[in-house]
Design a protein around this ligand. Structure first.
Ligand SMILES: CC(C)(COP(=O)(O)OP(=O)(O)OC[C@H]1O[C@@H](n2cnc3c(N)ncnc32)[C@H](O)[C@@H]1OP(=O)(O)O)[C@@H](O)C(=O)NCCC(=O)NCCS
Length: 164
């Protein structure tokens, strides 16, 4: 793995995840989370249009996993996982990944998008709020260590009308 060089941020592309990326994704996942997903969980999402990686060459710097579930014509997108390698943070990659995933979910037919985030995860909560997510409710002891989750929701219709 190479050190992230801010000046090379423009060389980073966001693209669909491939099977060949999964070991890098798993390595990042284990660095970032106390309850990391296993390899088999990522395998399930390889064909999802909103499983994306931020990569510089063959080097994976971050990823987002999201999908869309049918809901009687009001399909619901779900951001399930998002992480950027610690040394690559603060360069806009988390935001780029999230925005690409929102676009992919819009194309896949999602009307709203939801996600869960730890109440203590200030960087992620600020990122989500900055793109338009609103806290909807709190789920006590959602995580294995007993921490509460905040459910955040974004209405994609409003999101698009704000962008145009
Ligand atoms: C959350 C995470 C993906 C953000 O990635 P990143 O590449 O550093 O984020 P960006 O550089 O795109 O920053 C986008 C916004 O996030 C927020 N943010 C990022 N880092 C922050 C920090 N340390 N403190 C507060 N807000 C922060 C800011 O709103 C920032 O916007 P700004 O640059 O205009 O201030 C990254 O911190 C991470 O991987 N964390 C560990 C895994 C995790 O918690 N994932 C979320 C699970 S719900």
């Amino acid at each position: 793995m190479t050190e992230f060089d801010d000046a090379l941020a423009d060389d980073v592309v966001v693209r669909r995840a491939e099977r060949a990326d999964l070991l890098d994704v798993l390595r990042i996942e284990r660095t970032c989370f106390t309850e990391p997903w296993p390899y088999s969980a990522f395998e399930l999402f390889v064909d999802e249009p909103a499983f994306l990686v931020a990569a510089r060459g063959t080097d994976v710097l971050g990823y987002v996993v999201a999908d869309v579930m049918p809901n009687h014509g009001n399909d619901i997108g779900h951001v399930k996982d998002l992480a950027v390698r610690p040394e690559a943070r603060g360069n806009g990659l988390g935001r780029r990944l999230l925005l690409h995933a929102l676009t992919a979910m819009t194309i896949a037919g999602a009307a709203v998008v939801k996600l869960e985030v730890r109440v203590s995860n200030e960087p992620a909560r600020q990122l989500y709020e900055s793109v338009g997510f609103n806290p909807a409710r709190r789920v006590p002891r959602y995580y294995g260590d007993g921490e509460d989750a905040v459910i955040m929701v974004l209405d994609l219709h409003n999101w698009h009308s704000q962008k145009t």
